[in-house]
Design a protein around this ligand. Structure first.
Ligand SMILES: [Zn+2]
Length: 78
């Protein structure tokens, strides 16, 4: 997973750009607004958007992704 542009502080929902990203996960993060510095208390923008977006849009996007994966897996097995 590539390094995101920013994280979302789950304590105050602020975008935080001051964080350390390594091997696909947050190693260190610090929110200037509320002082939160627990890496587990930050979310990736993608995860946060999925939670707050309209359900209809989410379902459409996820279904397309799943179909693509199925096709790829079939080709690999044959
Ligand atoms: Zn915060």
């Amino acid at each position: 997973m590539p390094r995101p542009e920013y994280l979302i502080c789950l304590e105050c929902e602020t975008e935080v750009e001051d964080f350390t990203w390594r091997e696909g996960e947050v190693r260190r993060a610090a929110c200037e607004v509320c002082g939160n510095s627990d890496p587990d208390a930050f979310a990736l923008p993608e995860q946060f958007d999925q939670d707050s977006e309209d359900e209809e849009e989410d379902e459409e996007g996820e279904e397309e992704l799943v179909e693509d994966y199925d096709e790829l897996e079939d080709q690999d097995e044959e």
